[in-house]
Design a protein around this ligand. Structure first.
Ligand SMILES: C[S@@+](CC[C@H](N)C(=O)[O-])C[C@H]1O[C@@H](n2cnc3c(N)ncnc32)[C@H](O)[C@@H]1O
Length: 453
């Protein structure tokens, strides 16, 4: 492998140099979610392969270039685990809930370790260009490949910019009788320069003997475990995984805990910093960044990632974001929404209530790339309660047919697992308007409709 590392580096450098010379692929705006100020907004979810996305971000591509603008990059790429990952879909059927699995992304590499490291190296090179002078990068991996990745990181960022090997230790997962159970991931932390943002985080350190030390000038506290002082955080982090019963759980195979991202974001960014995650998955980075008033840029090539992130952002009543895609990226076309009726009534002097009554959703189940064993369930759900197959519904009350501006959104709730069958919009009176309806179904497929009222 050592010999191959040399080739990975020289080949990767050449490819990235060429990529930077080429025209970038263009960004297309798919949707603007929520209220937002075009000047202020940096929150962006970009669908597509991150190598093209980062290349376009560096060059600006019609917008401001993000070169040296990002204070923090956290990435949790596939780990070379040689597995496929699914997201879980819960559906209501006959007063019960059934769970089926939808493909999310693959972590199998035809040419094994080498092709994986080639993929990673090129992207890390671009990330360095995006980092600000005060920036740092957290590369989250595990035993599969972290040791080779460390060599690549040293080459790109410099050994003297290596700050930490963080061990995230957890309890869940399988055990082994043949070796010690593997219960940690490794996160490599590098800064771009020596002048990087670092806000030391504190953790509890319990006093031995469980009694107060009573040192002068040291504050001591007590909880159910005993007496403790607060010390600067160490590099071994005991944080529970997002378990089956966790309220954070969104069903995305490799979802990381918010607490993990909280530490990273608080330590290595400031308010209003731009935080990026180019392997977004379920969007944990955006959720935590937004909670702590950081701006974020996320990207992912799977469409279930956008769908999951969007729902999580709805839960925290996010400020809004722009969903872009790199040209050539496409989301499979969804099924057909059936509208029962549209009622209009005037309300007060200048507003109108428009009620859209939904009837159902029809999709060709045979064409859905889902395991055969789940198709029977899907037929039954479609027959009995087809609206349960719609995951998110968004409305643009004045759709111009080009950029969809979601002003109203709803998603399946965690009780009925259905969207509401009646949408009521209170709108300013206008002689005529085109209302856009955007649907993301439970498989992540999208469809759009325009109704003239
Ligand atoms: C391990 S998951 C990230 C999980 C995430 N940290 C979370 O908390 O949910 C890795 C993600 O990287 C995405 N991915 C893999 N290769 C990519 C690429 N070349 N460009 C963009 N996204 C990619 C996959 O679709 C997957 O969602």
């Amino acid at each position: 492998m050592l010999r191959e590392i040399v080739d990975i580096i020289s080949e990767g450098k050449r490819e990235v140099e060429n990529l930077l010379k080429e025209d970038t692929k263009k960004f297309e705006t798919v949707e603007i979610v929520g209220e937002y100020n075009e000047e202020k907004l940096t929150n962006r979810f970009i669908s597509g392969d991150n190598i093209y996305i980062m290349n376009a971000l560096l060059k600006g591509n019609g917008c401001t270039s993000m070169k040296e603008k990002i204070d923090l990059i956290y990435i949790d790429p596939p780990f070379l685990s040689k597995a496929d990952y699914n997201s879980k879909i819960v559906l209501p059927l006959d007063d019960e809930l059934v769970t089926i699995e939808n493909f999310a992304y693959s972590d199998t590499w035809k040419e094994g370790d080498i092709s994986y490291l080639k993929m990673l190296y090129k992207r890390l090179l671009l990330m360095r260009e995006l980092l600000s002078d005060r920036g740092s990068i957290y590369l989250h991996l595990d035993w599969h490949v972290v040791h080779y990745a460390k060599v690549l990181m040293d080459e790109i960022f410099g050994e003297d910019m290596f700050l930490n090997e963080i061990i995230w230790s957890y309890k869940s997962g399988g055990v082994s009788k043949k070796y010690f159970s593997r219960k940690h991931d490794t996160i490599l932390l590098y800064s771009k320069t020596k002048d990087y943002i670092f806000n030391a985080q504190k953790e509890k350190s319990y006093n031995r003997g469980f009694k107060p030390y009573r040192f002068k000038g040291v504050s001591e506290y007590e909880d159910e475990m005993g007496w403790y002082t607060l010390v600067n955080m160490k590099d071994v982090w005991n944080i529970d995984m997002v378990g089956r019963t966790s309220s954070e759980r969104v069903g995305y195979g490799t979802q990381k805990p918010e607490k993990l991202l909280e530490r990273i974001i608080l330590a290595s960014s400031d308010e209003d910093s731009i935080v990026a995650d180019f392997f977004a998955g379920s969007g944990t980075t955006a959720v935590v960044a937004e909670k702590y008033n950081r701006k974020w840029i996320l990207s992912d090539l799977g469409y279930t990632s956008l769908q999951t992130t969007k729902k999580r952002l709805m839960d925290i009543e996010s400020e809004g974001f722009i969903h872009e895609k790199i040209e050539e990226f496409s989301v499979p076309k969804g099924g057909k929404l059936k509208i029962h009726s549209i009622d209009k009534k005037s309300f007060e002097f200048d507003t109108k209530i428009i009620s859209i009554n939904l009837e159902g959703y029809e999709i060709d189940i045979d064409n859905i790339p889902i395991e055969e064993k789940y198709k029977d369930i899907l037929y039954k759900v479609m027959l009995k309660d087809s609206l349960a197959l719609i995951d998110i519904i968004s409305i643009d009350p004045d759709y111009d047919g080009k950029i969809f501006r979601s002003r109203w959104q709803s998603k399946r709730d965690r009780e009925s697992y259905k969207i509401p069958d009646k949408i009521e919009l209170e709108l300013l009176k206008k002689p005529k308007r085109s209302i856009g309806i955007k649907i993301i179904d439970v498989f992540g497929f999208e469809s759009e409709y325009i109704i003239e009222v």
